[in-house]
Design a protein around this ligand. Sequence first.
Ligand SMILES: Nc1ncnc2c1ncn2[C@@H]1O[C@H](COP(=O)(O)OP(=O)(O)O)[C@@H](O)[C@H]1O
Ligand SMILES: [Mg+2]
Length: 374
Amino acid sequence: MSSLRSNESKPIIAILTMPDNELFFRGNRTNFVDILKTGKDLGFLVYVVTVKDLILSGPRILGYSYSSEDQIWHPQWFPLPNVIYNRIPQRSDEMRPEVKKKLEECINHPSIQLFNPFFFNKWTLFEWLKKSNSTHHLVPLTKRLRSSTTIEKMLTSHSYLYLKPESGKAGKGIMMIKYQTDRKMPYRLKIQNHKNSTTYETARVTKLWSRIKKEAGSSPYIIQQGIELSSIQNRPFDLRVLVQKNVRGRWGVTGVGARQAGKSSITTHVPRGGSIEDPEKLLNTLFGQDTMRTIMNRVKSNSLLIAYQIEKAAGYPLGEMSIDLGVDGEGDIWFFEANSKPMKFDEPQIRKRSLERIFQYCQFLAMNKKTNSV
Ligand SMILES: Nc1ncnc2c1ncn2[C@@H]1O[C@H](COP(=O)(O)OP(=O)(O)O)[C@@H](O)[C@H]1O
Ligand SMILES: [Mg+2]
């Protein structure tokens, strides 16, 4: 009886990832170490499990625990989890039939709760946010990129455009177009490389389109109104907001970070030369203390509205997401993307809080009857 009661008060949590022939499993191992350590400190039993080893019909589960002393992972038998925290690393993994089947099984299980069911698609997110009165004003004009006609049409209203793969992440495949009628070569295309960007100029839209096709290959792309981001010393910055559910199952803002683009990059990602900055400092420099406060408050309240709307449109309960927002020269806020498997925030305060929140939400899930609707 007492063991049952302790199970109810502290759920057993499994972090779900993909198997690996040599390393037991794939995924961000330092993130998993931090999660396991936080769980232990908070008194939870938590382990890593692969899609292959997660057998919900069995009596026990082969999982992995981490020993900080020898810094190695140990295979070990564990009881079945109450909550499964989905950290399957790649979209391509999630598409595999055996992974889909396993996730379905978790979703349909009568009692085991799955925390975060799937990755988002960039295009779908815009569709979801456009249709709500509370969020449509945050969304830049966005279309699916199907032909050069879409580009020409968009250029009649916006001379600055972003092209992004629907399933992209970390700046991969991003391009930018500037159309300047006063130049001999009016179309200027910038393609994001590893750290910098390559520029291509042409006078003809057919040539521009060929170059874009060459870069995009067969990946579906969206095309989007470019936002003139606030910038300091010619380096634009944007905001990363972490939104998570708390112990009462309600959305809250865990933290707001800022990323400033590297000198010749068209995105703000740190691995591409961007840097981590304090959002309040950046906004204070540009807008002054009072406006900075107003913008920060709007960033937080709009992020919550975005999370509610995404969850409602997805039709399935979500536990956390990170949201990329731009702030333009007027101080207006723009939505760029949301990620259902947020990357680690490197700001120590946000990081610490984010790890604790994961367990608070797991606690909520375990204390409440399972529901697959929002
Ligand atoms: N419409 C846009 N206008 C201006 N900058 C943009 C726009 N879309 C994206 N960016 C810049 O590119 C970065 C990456 O875009 P994002 O949609 O977050 O793609 P990824 O999934 O690759 O991170 C953003 O954080 C922002 O700095
Ligand atoms: Mg992003």
